[in-house]
Unconditional design. Structure first.
Length: 406
């Protein structure tokens, strides 16, 4: 008999997309899935076979300084996340109280997930779309800029917002905006071989690797005829307000042998980039899996979802991280020989870095080796097996009735 499994994920493509093939697999096995996230992802959630728990939670595109993420940037992001979590906390707790799941599976970055699980006594698991955290490696350290200043007014504003949340919802202060909860089961959407300190993670962690699922078949995008090598350029969906970057790319690759597909997001006015060269296709967004299936090189912000999809397609990466978290991902790409980080934003640097990664046989070998690990990780089938095994060996959780929102 099927079980009821509830998911909670922040409304961001890099966190939702890795979970959807798992949802599809669970539904195929006869389980009922509820999925709490923002309304932007209703069609994707329903296409996977789940029922949306509609949250008042709209994806936000964050600002990051061209020189890199600052204390003010990070603080504003954290403050906004805490404020956005207020209606999420109330709605999710009420929804799961009314329709109690057999397992509550929440995004590791969604701090209200562990709080709701505690308050309702739910059997729990996490989904991890970036590096996992354990007693030996703390991914939260990667979120902090190198020049972080705890005395900055923007950070003090975050601390006040965090304290108010803890008081209003009667939850521990140290859990508010604290990513990295470790549950009895943690489903990590990267292979163990990509995880920093991967050998230190125990049986609580299932490194199931990435999967594209139905997204691979939802586009008929094809590169232009002619056979020119394809360069895909994207800064993702969250931190992409960088007209200077896209203008530099336009200048660097105009009139070259590259056919360029460049995703500029919906914050940059294409007119600000000047005349678009004939060898460029510029759009707000592209169907990323379809483009990467044809790409020779990928100039990327190194969001973990983009890194994994690049690895699935064995595409060399030139990384240009925008946040401290993305910097950690980019560092891992470089350390494992899967690509290189752009040393500076200039036409010469762009041209040489992309040319180098595309031509480097050592990178191709490293990509092929990592692809073997991705194939062996097990994907959504292994993740669903782990969930079912967890459910079969766990006693039903109690349902405390004293825990209510204030």
């Amino acid at each position: 008999m099927g079980k009821h499994i509830a998911f909670l994920t922040i409304p961001a493509a890099g966190h939702i997309n890795p979970t959807l093939p798992l949802v599809t697999e669970l539904v195929r096995r006869g389980h009922r899935v509820s999925y709490a996230t923002g309304p932007t992802y209703r069609s994707a959630v329903e296409a996977a076979g789940a029922t949306l728990i509609d949250l008042e939670w709209v994806p936000k595109q964050w600002k990051v300084s061209p020189q890199g993420q600052t204390t003010a940037d990070l603080s504003a992001m954290l403050t906004g996340f805490v404020r956005a979590s207020r209606p999420v906390m109330a709605t999710v707790e009420q929804a799961l109280r009314d329709d109690r799941p057999d397992l509550f599976c929440y995004d590791m970055m969604t701090f209200v997930g562990s709080m709701v699980a505690d308050r309702l006594g739910l059997r729990e698991a996490t989904t991890v779309a970036n590096f996992a955290t354990n007693e030996h490696y703390d991914t939260r350290a990667a979120f902090v800029p190198a020049d972080f200043d705890p005395s900055h007014p923007a950070f003090r504003e975050f601390l006040a917002e965090r304290a108010a949340f803890a008081e209003d919802f009667d939850v521990p202060l140290d859990k508010v905006a604290a990513a990295g909860a470790v549950a009895p089961l943690n489903l990590v959407f990267i292979p163990r071989e990509f995880q920093i300190a991967g050998e230190t993670f125990d049986e609580r962690f299932e490194f199931v690797g990435p999967a594209i699922g139905a997204r691979a078949a939802t586009s008929d995008w094809e590169p232009p005829a002619g056979g020119a090598p394809l360069l895909f350029i994207s800064l993702g969906t969250a931190v992409n307000d960088r007209p200077d970057f896209f203008a530099a790319c336009t200048k660097a690759f105009a009139g070259t042998d590259w056919q360029v597909a460049m995703a500029i997001g919906d914050q940059v006015d294409v007119a600000s980039l000047g005349e678009i060269p004939p060898n460029f296709d510029v759009r707000p967004y592209f169907p990323q899996p379809a483009v990467l299936a044809h790409a020779t090189a990928f100039l990327t912000h190194a969001g973990m979802n983009s890194v994994m999809e690049s690895l699935l397609n064995q595409v060399p990466m030139a990384t240009y991280p925008q946040t401290a978290e993305q910097q950690a991902n980019a560092g891992r790409v470089t350390a494992l020989g899967l690509g290189r980080q752009l040393p500076e934003l200039s036409a010469e640097s762009l041209q040489s870095t992309v040319a180098d990664i595309a031509a480097d046989p050592a990178i191709r070998t490293a990509l092929a080796d990592m692809h073997v690990h991705l194939e062996a990780a097990g994907g959504p089938v292994r993740a669903a097996d782990a969930i079912e095994a967890s459910l079969s060996r766990s006693e039903p959780a109690s349902d405390p009735t004293a825990s209510t929102l204030r």
